[in-house]
Design a protein around this ligand. Structure first.
Ligand SMILES: [Fe+2]
Ligand SMILES: [Fe+2]
Length: 280
């Protein structure tokens, strides 16, 4: 089966995109310049571990061009795909550009926090981010549902981490930034959950294997490229719980909610997720 033939029927995708945009009215959006009291930002109120966590998540958010590019490559909006696939991809693009704007805003907010709170000096931070930012990002997938299942887990894991870090953060300005970010990630998760549910309802068990492969090979973004990633990831997990396998449970809940009853293959996936959880 090719990527193109396995795409969600366009009407299903349109419903998911419409739902996302309805849940994201411009009136409720925020901007880096006015949403926070930057003058009060003070990294002196953070522990060393919390400062380290802010630097870590800034790298992750700042890699947006790499994430955005994945959508362009796998869901192209040009004549490299047939007309039905283009039509699908053009609709998805309405989501992708909006999502990208929000993620780019996250990158800028964390950047600004680092500078105004005194964690980093602006030029040095820009140079440091560029070294990692130009490294390639790729996802090794063949079925379209996999991109959404991956993003579902990743958005949920990020949302949970921001929540937890917010709860312990000693600087109220950082807490305010993380609250905004977590709320956006929750909306991104909901879109991914909606799309994955629609895949399961329209393609049934055919998507369970591909989703299982996403879990089996799961890596958080930049795990393979960011210098010192694993040691750093363990260290920030001490600051606030950063366990992406907890997000697998949310994926399973989404799948369960999409069907009336578990099939054998879905049951097997549930067992597999339980095993992954037991390993951590
Ligand atoms: Fe984000
Ligand atoms: Fe997000």
């Amino acid at each position: 089966m090719t990527m193109e033939s396995a795409l969600l029927p366009v009407g299903e995708l349109v419903a998911a995109v419409d739902g996302f945009l309805t849940a994201s009215p411009a009136a409720r959006s925020w901007d880096v310049e006015t949403a926070f009291d930057w003058d009060a930002a003070d990294a002196g109120r953070l522990t060393e571990g919390q400062r380290s966590a802010v630097r870590f998540v800034t790298f992750i958010e700042d890699h947006l061009p790499g994430y955005f590019d994945v959508y362009q490559r796998f869901f192209p909006v040009d004549d490299s795909v047939d007309l039905p696939a283009f039509t699908h991809n053009r609709e998805l693009y309405h989501f992708t550009v909006r999502w990208a704007l929000e993620e780019d805003t996250h990158a800028r907010a964390l950047n600004r926090y680092q500078v105004d709170s005194g964690i980093a000096e602006r030029d040095a931070l820009r140079a440091e981010l560029a070294v990692e930012g130009r490294k390639p990002f790729d996802l090794p997938y063949e079925h379209p549902v996999q991109f959404f299942a991956y993003a579902l887990v990743q958005e949920k894991a990020t949302q949970m981490y921001y929540h937890q870090l917010r709860d312990v953060a000693g600087d109220p300005v950082l807490a305010a930034v993380l609250s905004r970010l977590a709320r956006d990630e929750a909306r991104h998760f909901s879109f991914m959950a909606d799309v994955v549910s629609r895949y399961l309802r329209t393609q049934g068990d055919d998507v369970v294997g591909p989703i299982r492969d996403v879990i089996a090979g799961f890596r958080m973004p930049l795990a393979d490229t960011l210098r010192g990633y694993w040691r750093w990831a363990l260290r920030i997990a001490d600051v606030a719980d950063y366990d992406h396998t907890a997000a697998y449970e949310h994926l399973l809940r989404v799948l369960d909610r999409a069907v009336d009853a578990r099939t054998d293959r879905l049951d097997e996936l549930a067992g597999f997720i339980a095993q992954c959880r037991a390993l951590v």
